[in-house]
Design a binder for this molecule. Sequence first.
Ligand SMILES: NC(=O)c1ccc[n+]([C@@H]2O[C@H](COP(=O)([O-])OP(=O)(O)OC[C@H]3O[C@@H](n4cnc5c(N)ncnc54)[C@H](OP(=O)(O)O)[C@@H]3O)[C@@H](O)[C@H]2O)c1
Length: 231
Amino acid sequence: MVAVISGATKGIGKNLALYFASKGYQLALGARNIELLISLKNEIENNYGVAVFVKSCDFSKKEATIAFANEVLNQYKNVDVLVNNVGIYRLDSITDENENFELLMNTNLRSAYYLSKFIANNMRQQNSGHIFNICSVLSLSVQPQATSYTISKHALKGLNDVLREDLREDNVKVTAIYPGSMNTSSWEGMIAPKELFVQPQDIVDIINTCLTISKNANIEEIVIKPMNKKY
Ligand SMILES: NC(=O)c1ccc[n+]([C@@H]2O[C@H](COP(=O)([O-])OP(=O)(O)OC[C@H]3O[C@@H](n4cnc5c(N)ncnc54)[C@H](OP(=O)(O)O)[C@@H]3O)[C@@H](O)[C@H]2O)c1
């Protein structure tokens, strides 16, 4: 079994990499910082004895994302699980002048589009597989102070839903996860009660459930939020 994770060295992605390794999956992991990737590869190979392919990849870049997908498919004949996890958050308003819109659409949406495009084809040929899209509660609601993020995550939901319906006949499952505030490194440096947030292990538990229910059932969507409404 092979799992591919974008944005794999921190937060949700790293927790998922360790989970899949513990279940005996071989891994393909991408992020930009190669030192962190190599350190995670060593940690996993030493603790779990599974093969780990790592590649430094800026998933905001179309060509780099396609090259990553092709190298993964050269390395492993088949992919069983793809987690479109990479994503960044920025505060901005529609009237601000900045490059956030392009950056967030490229990182949060186009990465998932191009990874799915190539890897879904492989799953289609195998007639099996599971794609998870790590969306956000802002795929379902609107935060005008985070305009670019809100738009990118709404678009990711659109991609998720198209993939789910398109791949249904090919026996490939697609699941959208919509988290609220999560205790991950994306909150580094900010004063926040991270113990009140959703924990990365909660996402691991959800994905484990999605992968272990009966073969003819699919959990299509999961919304998971902190209990405390302030967050
Ligand atoms: N944290 C939250 O509160 C929260 C809430 C809802 C949804 N989410 C979503 O959950 C997903 C994971 O978030 P997280 O909080 O776990 O992230 P995180 O802790 O900030 O980790 C981000 C990971 O993505 C990589 N990354 C960032 N930009 C990249 C790029 N351009 N190319 C390649 N890799 C890149 C980082 O490594 P490098 O820097 O080395 O590239 C790192 O491995 C995201 O889609 C996010 O939108 C998060």
